[in-house]
Design a protein around this ligand. Structure first.
Ligand code: PEP
Ligand code: MG
Length: 325
């Protein structure tokens, strides 16, 4: 079994009828790059930059962030690295960032809202990311976007950072790294058709999308049994987002936990997702599953699922689809 998985590293994630999927890795720390490469990831689909800020009292400056990002980009050796800007706030890291947590941290000053409220944080990150992008393909990903305004403001911050670096004589790639939007707020998913005109790519964060759609705190044990990405509301948001992106011809991926679960691969493919980012350890099993799938059949299966309103029934259909494999 272990040998089969090792062999899988060098074969493509392709369905039986020849549809190619992109499998990338999620990382939190640069030390994970070894396992990312060992798993055969085609890139890093989500580098959670907030981990640079954790377990310390001070804040990482531009140079420190640049050095870490550059190391990751260089070690990925030409494979794309998607760096997400700071996704903290509310209760997380409130101390070192000097934030007073609001009454509902999950709905408060967090992620891109914090980056825009504290432009010095965003400027530092943009400069570090742009400098790292000289060493290999980099994409910028913005967490918790709800509106077009936020995307435009972050794009302006990227362009200002580029201007500063150019004036200082630093080399920069041309074009600048693309700017992608995380779709993880239901309102963002429902306006994915509008957002698609302002984003270079989408990455669907199913962890938060499920949390906010079902009003289930993803970290609360007491309601964990109610947390279900197979709820038709969540699936409709994924489908609407995928269709909007495909129509606008921008790439769309999924980087939440479901991306790393082989049981979801056929459903996501059938909903129009060809790009999955997950913990490196899950890449072999997901790839193995994809190589048994048929794209046309997956589309039919997704259609069948989308005709169902009962999450329990959807769970049964999924189980059956995977058993038949
Ligand atoms: C998500 O919300 O699905 C996601 C990938 O981001 P995080 O888990 O870091 O919130
Ligand atoms: Mg999230």
């Amino acid at each position: 079994e272990r040998r089969t998985l090792a062999r899988l590293r060098d074969v493509p994630a392709i369905t039986r009828d020849g549809v190619r999927l992109l499998l990338q890795a999620n990382i939190e720390l640069p030390s994970e790059v070894d396992s990312v490469l060992a798993a055969g990831a085609e890139g890093i689909g989500l580098f959670r930059s907030e981990f640079l800020y954790m377990n310390r009292d001070d804040l990482p400056d531009e140079d420190e962030q640049y050095q870490v990002m550059r190391t990751v980009v260089e070690r990925m050796d030409g494979r794309p690295v998607t760096i997400r800007t700071l996704d903290v706030g509310g209760d997380k890291l409130a101390h070192s960032l000097g934030i007073i947590p609001g009454p509902n941290p999950a709905l408060g000053l967090r992620a891109v809202r914090l980056s825009l409220a504290r432009p010095e944080l965003l400027d530092i990150q943009m400069s570090a990311i742009l400098r790292a992008s000289v060493h290999g393909p980099v994409r910028i990903l913005v967490p918790m976007v709800a509106t077009i305004d936020e995307v435009s403001a972050v794009r302006a911050a990227r362009d200002r950072a580029a201007q500063r670096l150019r004036q200082a004589g630093s080399p920069l790639p041309d074009p600048l790294p693309p700017l992608g939007v995380m779709i993880e707020i239901p309102g963002a998913a429902l306006s994915a058709d509008s957002l698609a005109g302002h984003a270079d790519f989408f990455s669907i964060g199913t962890n938060d999308l499920t949390q906010y759609t079902l009003a289930i705190d993803r970290a609360d044990e007491a309601v964990a049994h109610l947390y279900n990405p197979l709820h038709p509301a969540v699936l409709r948001l994924i489908q609407f987002t995928a269709e909007a992106a495909n129509r606008a011809r921008i790439p769309v991926g999924v980087c939440g936990e479901v991306a790393g679960d082989p049981r979801y691969a056929g459903l996501l493919l059938g909903l129009g997702i060809h790009d999955l980012s997950m913990s490196a350890t899950n890449i072999p099993v997901v790839k193995k599953r994809i190589r048994t799938l048929d794209h046309i059949q997956s589309r039919g299966f997704a259609q069948q699922v989308m005709g169902q309103g009962d999450p329990v029934r959807i769970g049964q259909l999924l189980e059956q689809f995977n058993r038949d494999a």
